[in-house]
Design a protein around this ligand. Structure first.
Ligand SMILES: Cc1cc2nc3c(=O)[nH]c(=O)nc-3n(C[C@H](O)[C@H](O)[C@H](O)COP(=O)(O)OP(=O)(O)OC[C@H]3O[C@@H](n4cnc5c(N)ncnc54)[C@H](O)[C@@H]3O)c2cc1C
Length: 398
């Protein structure tokens, strides 16, 4: 009998899992709280094993076509004078800007487009309760009757509702790294050409990069702060009070907050859980193991996790055994990425003018240091060390 899987969340992890489960012959339903695919978000990097998963999905060309093609970044002072620069091809194209760099919303669109004919997507709905029985898991939605599934996967992000319903309150699992980060689209008034500018003042960073063939720009603000304030108006007020004394383009960026067509802001937090499964319910992506935007590895890990979870569910009738095998294989990658995220959180926003100056010197010399590929591996390379299992034999013959 075809197994029915319910996935909650249609961003990156959810649709990637749906892709693989459909290929193995599962019947898949995805519910997404937002009324449609959510646009926006920072450029996310796909590295190492994440890149290989994209290749195995057959989406290499689509992802490549949607990539940002960023050429590099400059650190600037308050008068917009360049203090240091890092081209994208430093570290063999796998440094701060990866070869596969794509706007989160664009990647979600590629994944949705690749699955929407074969998978049932329900937008504007969510799971309100989850009841586990001996033979299945019964989910209730905001409207309509409850439905039974064989397995339910929460791929609903950092503030996962599935996690709260099944594993308990998020306060048990969220580890706040002490920064608040915001992303929003602004006009490209600095005339950036596939380039990013970074401006630092002690403990605070503002970045602007051109996107969409330089037609627009993306602003990124990083300020100290803890707590998961979720109301956008309150988030904007916090950013304003935190950054109002900054120079460079920051006053103008703060003015854009109210007119930006998109706005994403959250604490930089990690999700640390002793297990990602309970009965017939499993968690995936940020819901299970967010390493924070500061690790630069969340998307790759979500893709690898989706690939492994689907393969293990296809490999056995026993969902518990599948969940155990999924955790065993993905945990080492998650542990490495969370270590990277934690370490980056300590260094990302230099704490004094001297530290900012020193950071510029390091950026200048880093690409020229002998053995710099070791540094690249330390900071960005965890997903390069993952040996992806082969599940090809489980795919039905074409
Ligand atoms: C709008 C947006 C912007 C983002 N911007 C950035 C960014 O700029 N930089 C960065 O590093 N990371 C960002 N992220 C997070 C990044 O996408 C993830 O770290 C990574 O790609 C792993 O993806 P995920 O699918 O596990 O989680 P997410 O990408 O967070 O996706 C979770 C999905 O679940 C949906 N959802 C949430 N709750 C429910 C619910 N109760 N019921 C149904 N659906 C639900 C959400 O709407 C979302 O579509 C952003 C996420 C979103 C949703």
């Amino acid at each position: 009998m075809t197994k029915r899987v319910l996935i909650v969340g249609a961003s990156i992890a959810g649709p990637a899992l749906a892709h693989w489960l459909h290929r193995y012959g599962f019947s898949v339903t995805v519910v997404e709280r937002a009324p449609r695919l959510r646009p926006g978000g920072q450029a996310v990097d796909i590295r190492g094993a994440g890149k290989e998963v994209v290749r195995r999905m057959g989406l290499d060309a689509q992802v490549r076509a949607a990539c940002t093609d960023t050429r590099g970044m400059s650190y600037v002072d308050e008068w917009n004078r360049e203090r240091a620069r890092m081209p994208s091809d430093a570290f063999g194209g796998e440094g701060i800007v990866a070869e596969f760099e794509i706007l989160r919303g664009d990647l979600a669109e590629v994944l949705h487009e690749a699955t929407r004919q074969d998978v049932e997507y329900r937008f504007g709905t969510t799971v309100t309760s989850v009841e586990q029985t001996r033979d299945g898991v019964v989910a209730s939605f905001g409207s309509g009757p409850p439905e039974a599934f064989d397995v339910l996967v929460g791929a609903d992000g950092l503030h996962s509702e599935v996690r709260s319903l099944v594993f308990g309150p998020e306060s048990r699992y969220l580890h706040d790294l002490g920064h608040r980060m915001a992303f929003f689209t602004v006009p490209n008034r600095l005339d950036l050409d596939r380039w990013m500018l970074i401006y630092n003042e002690p403990h605070r960073t503002a970045m602007v990069r051109s996107i969409r063939d330089n037609a627009q720009a993306m602003a990124i603000l990083l300020a100290p702060g803890t707590g998961a304030e979720r109301d956008p108006a309150a988030q904007k007020a916090l950013l304003r009070s935190n950054m109002r004394h900054m120079r460079w383009e920051v006053p103008w960026l703060l003015e854009q907050l109210d007119t930006a067509p998109d706005f994403y802001c959250d604490s930089c937090s990690q999700v640390r859980m002793p297990t990602w499964a309970a009965g017939r319910v499993a968690l995936l992506g940020d819901a299970a193991f967010c390493s924070s935007p500061l690790s630069g590895q969340g998307t790759s890990t979500a893709l690898v996790g989706a690939y492994v979870l689907a393969g293990e569910l296809a490999a056995t009738e026993d969902h518990s055994a599948a969940f155990t095998a999924y955790e065993r294989q993905v945990r080492p990658l998650v542990a490495a990425n969370q270590k990277t995220g934690e370490s980056n959180a300590k260094h990302v926003a230099a704490g004094s003018r001297f530290a900012i100056w020193a950071q510029h010197q390091v950026v200048r010399i880093l690409p020229h240091l002998p053995g710099n590929e070791l540094l690249q591996r330390k900071f960005f390379g965890a997903s390069h060390d993952v040996e992806l299992p082969d599940y090809d034999h489980l795919l039905p013959a074409a």
